[in-house]
Design a protein around this ligand. Structure first.
Ligand SMILES: CC(C)(COP(=O)(O)OP(=O)(O)OC[C@H]1O[C@@H](n2cnc3c(N)ncnc32)[C@H](O)[C@@H]1OP(=O)(O)O)[C@@H](O)C(=O)NCCC(=O)NCCS
Length: 158
């Protein structure tokens, strides 16, 4: 049974294991960054029959804006709707707390790196719209153009 909850004490090693199990997606330094970011930002985990099957780390940027810093699903469980379930829960919680727009940065489509095609398809199928390409993006390794995506949780025009 799937359940989404906030990060609890003792969960971080499971998140690190998920990150390390996705070497096609995350460079070696990411596990440490995820660990650090869980300390300062909101983190949701997806539990599957007691195991941690995925997580999302979200930074609040303003009263109505947030950024998904990290999100991943256990590699053996990918493509089964777990990411969709987790993201839906996270976006609902953010909307309830007043967030209107959520950003995520991923590898831009102008890169020919195949693994991230599925990632971009995931964001796009879940309603995220690409609004910019930034290359180079400060803090990202050279040769990794960033695709900037956003999803609206409610209208912002007055
Ligand atoms: C991206 C990720 C979080 C999605 O979670 P998931 O549980 O695999 O995704 P779901 O099963 O809920 O949804 C699958 C969707 O992703 C896309 N997708 C997944 N695998 C795909 C593949 N091999 N080819 C094309 N599209 C694919 C599809 O659009 C699919 O949506 P649809 O069923 O509506 O068409 C997960 O696959 C993951 O951890 N990827 C590696 C790490 C990563 O890329 N993190 C995000 C960095 S920005």
């Amino acid at each position: 049974m799937l359940a989404v909850r906030r990060l609890a004490a003792g969960d971080v090693p499971a998140l690190v294991t998920i990150v390390r199990g996705l070497p096609d997606y995350f460079t070696d330094d990411v596990a440490e960054k995820v660990e650090r970011d869980t300390a300062g930002h909101d983190t949701w985990v997806l539990a599957d029959a007691g195991d941690i099957a995925g997580f999302a780390v979200v930074a609040r940027k303003s009263a109505a804006g947030a950024e998904i810093l990290w999100m991943a699903i256990d590699p053996v469980r990918r493509g089964r709707g777990h990411g969709t379930a987790l993201l839906g829960h996270v976006l609902d919680d953010l909307a309830t707390s007043g967030v209107a727009v959520v950003l995520v940065k991923t590898l831009d489509r102008c890169s020919d790196y195949v693994p991230y095609r599925a990632t971009r398809a995931f964001w796009e199928r879940r309603g995220f719209v690409q609004v910019a390409t930034i290359d180079p993006l400060p803090g990202w390794q050279p040769g990794n153009p960033a695709g900037i995506y956003a999803v609206a949780l409610r209208p912002t025009r007055t």
